[in-house]
Design a protein. Structure first.
Length: 76
């Protein structure tokens, strides 16, 4: 898997800034920001869909109930 750290990311940003005309920087930033928002929305929607499909809330409730039962068994 590709691992990109902060230094590599800064180098890419600097190369991009020096290779783009100053007039176009604002439009590139807006486009980049739109893509970031699009990806964020996509992953958020995917997460919500998976949680709904896998019934995560029900599983969390079951785990909580089992922990409570174990605590009650210890007390008795």
């Amino acid at each position: 898997m590709i691992q990109i750290g902060i230094p590599e990311l800064l180098i890419v940003i600097l190369i991009t800034l020096f290779s783009v005309k100053p007039e176009n920087i604002q439009s590139y930033i807006k486009t980049f920001y739109k893509y970031i928002l699009h990806f964020q929305n996509f992953f958020s929607t995917a997460k919500d869909d998976l949680e709904k499909e896998l019934n995560i809330d029900g599983l969390k409730q079951d785990i909580h109930n089992e922990k409570r039962l174990k605590e009650l068994d210890k007390d008795v």
